[in-house]
Design a protein around this ligand. Sequence first.
Ligand code: BEZ
Ligand code: MG
Length: 452
Amino acid sequence: MWEEKGKANTPEGVKPKKLEPKIRTVNIEDDRLPPSYMPASPGTDIIARKGFVGNHEFLKGPRKGDPLSELERFADFPPPVSTNIVEKLITKVKEFGGQPFPQCVTFTLWATDNVNTYGKSMAQVFALIGVRLVKDSVDEVELIPLEELGRPRIDVVVSCSGVFRDLFMNQMTLMDQAVKMVAEAKEAPQMNYVRKHAFQITQELNDLTLREGATRVFSNAAGSYSANISAWVKSNEWESEIQLQRQFLARKCYAFNSDKPGMMEYKGEVFKAALRNSDVTVQNLDLNDILSITDVPHYYDSDPTKVIESLRFDGKRPICLLATYSKAGEDVHTLSETIRIDSMSKILSPVYYERILRQNDDGVKEISNCLRNMLGWAVTSGNVDSVLFEIASGIFMEDKDMVKQLREKDNRSFRNLLATFVKAGEQGYWETSDAKIRRLRELKKFAESSFE
Ligand code: BEZ
Ligand code: MG
């Protein structure tokens, strides 16, 4: 179906194979094919790949054995430090956490970012635990010797989206095999945190083998998708974070086991025990230039930061990082700085909100959604500075002309915006005066009583 033709460049010099379709002769009498049939293609990174024109290739599934080009790159580990996102991640942890190496990193893995980046986030998992693909293989991994790795093997928890589970069963197998292989490597616990934690978990929970104690690849149960925290945040009807954290744990605790492939098994206790060791959370954002983290609710929905904080014996909040891919290249940022930059350059910037209110029919809705997504991040990660809500209320709630404009343009979204401010204040994410919250509650009542 596909043949290799030339090479495509990505910013960091990776040269994935360029795949172009061979001409396919389709018998138009063949009524099994829809008239607009197009052969599936490998996905692509629309930011990094030069000369890409948006067409059906974007977001298409992987071929058999894909996406592995990033993993193949790690066969030549260590890659140059400046382009290695894992090195950047470790450096950030040193900067913000003070420790030379994290002991465990929890990843949120999405299907889209792995399709588009040829498996970059999966490659991070393999690099942290210190394994690489066996040369010329796509489904076999080997340990990178500790002397070559030059640091401890860092433990991981891999929290996969439901879409990832559906698309990447082969890669889940490979990750699970790799983690278990690392746990079984007879190395000193201070140089192999996977093994250290696997033993610790077998002691914490009865009747587990070492391989079971090294269960690290999780997702939803078959047929289920997302943690669904955003449904509660949207409704404003949730009471406490604990309720939402329980839901996250209950939905995302199904483990993939390469020793028993083909099913997702409930592993609530191991999931909690593994998350508890985590001192960093990471999510990869491949569409950073197009969709920001406050544009849609899906990003915060799958964030495990506060879940881990509540599970850790020392109650410490993990450092929350985002790996981003943009025109400027790849980088690692803290979530809090990303939210600050994102909101200050969008809904808190007059250039932005004046334009969308002037030009877009759904401008009020956009502002309301964005603030609600900021609230969502505050709920799941705790990384949203209270001052951002204060600035937002100054812009949208304290100027009479602005209030009138929002109400008249879209009263329903205006009510949602008010509800978000009230919830942020009531739950303590926005530290403000009681008088301000009282006034917003009254305004909300008034907006609810008026016609749409
Ligand atoms: C995914 O690609 O895995 C994904 C896409 C949208 C929402 C959640 C997950
Ligand atoms: Mg999902």
